[in-house]
Write a protein that binds this ligand. Sequence first.
Ligand code: KET
Length: 425
Amino acid sequence: MALRSSITRRILSSSSPVHGSRSISSWWKHVEPAPKDPILGVTEAFLADPNPDKVNVGVGAYRDDNGKPVVLDCVREAERRIAGNMNMEYLPMGGSNKMVEETLKLAYGDDSDLIKDKRIAAVQALSGTGACRLFADFQKRFSPDSQIYIPVPTWSNHHNIWRDANVPQRTFHYYHPESKGLDFASLMDDVKNAPNGSFFLLHACAHNPTGVDPTEEQWKEISYQFKVKGHFAFFDMAYQGFASGDPERDAKSIRIFLEDGHLIGCSQSYAKNMGLYGQRVGCLSLVCEDEKQAVAVKSQLQQIARPMYSNPPVHGALVVSTILSDPDLKQVWLKEVKGMADRIIGMRSALKENIEKLGSPLSWEHITKQIGMFCYSGMTPEQVDRLTNEFHIYMTRNGRISMAGVTTGNVEYLAKAIHEVTKGA
Ligand code: KET
């Protein structure tokens, strides 16, 4: 023992290289700083700014009218019920069955035959990001030659997720910058021109960053064309409830695909609609042909999870299942979701009116036409840089304004600054 430690001391204190020609200090010399994340990097810059008037409309996180983060009443009540009553054992690899069961009802409907027939393979995931990543890894493993079609534009992290899962990416048309609406004709062309059996990523509702969703009729046409082409639809549903204020209505796109018999995939997140951002609670589900296939698929999803994070965190899952399995508490939640959506809608009108009042020569109709958490303003990266540098307003450089960060207190200031940087355009 004494001998061993004296040898160790000699090795550690030696200045000569111990690994061939490489000295210990050179292991990470080639590592360059990673580029800042286009969304979370904005929060970092905001936090570092000492200016008292600074405004953060970067990350899509809901704030109350005083600009403060919100913990929903239903969550507070659920936590009261959980505290001291539940153990903190490991969850199974696939997470909380109770949470998953309740979560599937939100996407597929309370009376879904797919649920009754046990045709859905579903696991708890690390919020929406984790659900997307788990799916991307599953896609790579079981459809190794496939690609993923991603809308232009999309949530920036979608690109990172499928890149890191080594799934090649293609894009499809989505947004029409001139009309600030959906480029439906080009979207349909891309769907038709993709090889049969392609994988497509669709935003179930409240498209990020554009705030532009297909109409019900358009969803029906998309679903029909997917059927003709045998495409696979993967729905990322991170904002269920934020489009219309009603989670049931916001699941319409998914229900249309289900009615047409598609075997879809779906990522669900409670970050936004339950305000459980940091709890990392969500769900990945894949509709299968029968129960046997669903059992097999679920077991494979668990096997992908096991060496990555073993099993998902328990607290957020308990909060969700406590709320959704109690009809009264669920009603409280639904009211609170509606309240958040309504406050954002109110702020859309306020922002538009305030910019117009200043005599802006530009059209700002899209602020109130777009839905969900974001306004895709049409501002250029240079205009956004001016907002940040001159007015301490922080947002992503693609011109996306997180309407969830706009308040009665900052809307006038925001409008003035936007007018100032856009009036000469
Ligand atoms: N999908 C979409 C479309 C999305 O906007 C987000 C988050 C997520 C998934 C993942 O959320 P999670 O917290 O993993 O459940 N978007 C916001 C936050 C972020 O970038 O992480 C945002 O766009 O600001």
